[in-house]
Design a protein around this ligand. Structure first.
Ligand code: DAH
Length: 340
């Protein structure tokens, strides 16, 4: 019986060695290890052995089975690998095969404008930074020199999270954050969502977008502010555009101004769209950073001066793309978006 087993082992192992497919391997398994297989029937004959022989043969039989199973597993793996290598070598991937139509969306014009603005300021040497949409009341109002009784602070104008936190009403708190964490020279812009308690109509939405800019250094003047913004307007809307600075009032700048640009329709000639003034819309607010703001943010107002500006991105997008309803920017209606 011992011989039977060693002879069987030799044959099985050589069969396994010669197997070329998983199917061939499987029939070898059935032939030797299956219910009616050779090893199985040898084991059945063990009952006839003497009590001394039985454990010895039993041990050997187990060894033979283990050896066969190990070799089979190894062979199975190498056949699998070879098969994969063959598939990789032989098969070609036809990338022109007809797939069902893939619909790719298009960028929302608002995002395009936002990126265009950021890119423009980047090219003028500004860093582009991010700020949170939920900010503290202090960053949004207090450190921007808002007086305690300013109407914007009212519950009716602003979305409060709790007593100390709110949905930022403008991107100006990013100025505060930046000044508190960076030393001059500072030149940064930050764009993003802003929130105010507003009823929705064609030009208003409780959520809208702004881009904020801040420059702080020694010797920064109002002339720098005017020149920078004039350059910006020409780069954005065209060389023939003019700017007009009108005095205004913001708590965080002194002096403050609002900037108008030439009418987009008549380029300054005067037409019904601009009420024959030649000027269209206040594009942005700006001014020289208030010394109180500088010192509350840890910057010495005796040594440094700065200018800042902020503008609505939704409005600019609507003008640039000829969109007459702000709701269209937020609906995500494909029929609208696919036009851009
Ligand atoms: N935060 C102002 C607003 O929302 C816009 C603004 C005006 C930003 C003047 C500024 C600035 O940085 O200097 O109406």
């Amino acid at each position: 019986m011992k011989n039977l087993l060693t002879d069987l082992k030799t044959r099985v192992l050589s069969d396994i060695e010669g197997a070329e497919s998983l199917e061939a391997l499987e029939s070898i398994r059935v032939k030797y290890l299956g219910k009616k297989g050779e090893l199985t029937s040898i084991l059945r004959g063990m009952g006839k052995l003497s009590a001394e022989e039985r454990p010895i043969i039993g041990l050997l039989a187990n060894e033979v089975r283990d050896e066969i199973e190990t070799q089979m597993a190894e062979k199975r793996e190498s056949i699998g690998e070879a098969r994969l290598a063959k598939i990789i070598e032989e098969e070609e991937l036809d990338v022109t095969a007809n797939l069902s139509e893939v619909r790719v969306g298009s960028r929302n014009p608002l995002n395009r404008t936002m990126e265009e603005l950021e890119e423009l300021f980047r090219s003028m040497g500004f860093s582009v930074v991010d700020g949170p949409e939920i900010d503290t009341v202090d960053n949004n109002f207090t450190f921007l020199n808002f007086p305690e009784n300013h109407p914007s602070i009212e519950m009716s104008d602003t979305f409060y999270i709790d007593e100390k936190h709110l949905l930022r009403t403008h991107t100006s708190p990013v100025q505060v954050r930046y000044m508190m964490s960076h030393k001059p020279p500072i030149r940064m812009v930050s764009a993003g969502r802003t929130f105010r308690f507003d009823d929705v109509d064609d030009t208003h939405s409780p959520m809208f977008h702004q881009i904020e800019g801040l420059v702080v250094d020694e010797g920064v003047s109002m002339a720098n502010l005017i020149d920078t913004l004039d350059l910006f307007v020409k780069a954005l809307f065209g060389e023939d555009m003019k700017t007009r600075f009108r005095p205004h009032n913001f708590p965080f700048t002194e002096p403050s101004a609002e900037v108008d640009v030439s009418c987009f329709d008549c380029k300054g000639e005067g037409c019904p769209k601009c009420n024959f003034t030649g000027w269209s819309m206040e594009l942005l607010g700006c001014g020289m950073v208030h010394p109180n703001v500088l010192s509350m943010c840890g910057i010495d107002p005796e040594k440094y001066t700065g200018f800042a500006f902020g503008m609505g991105i939704d409005r600019i997008t609507m003008v640039k793309y000829g969109i007459d309803n702000i709701r269209l920017l937020y609906d995500n209606d494909k029929r609208f978006l696919q036009q851009f």
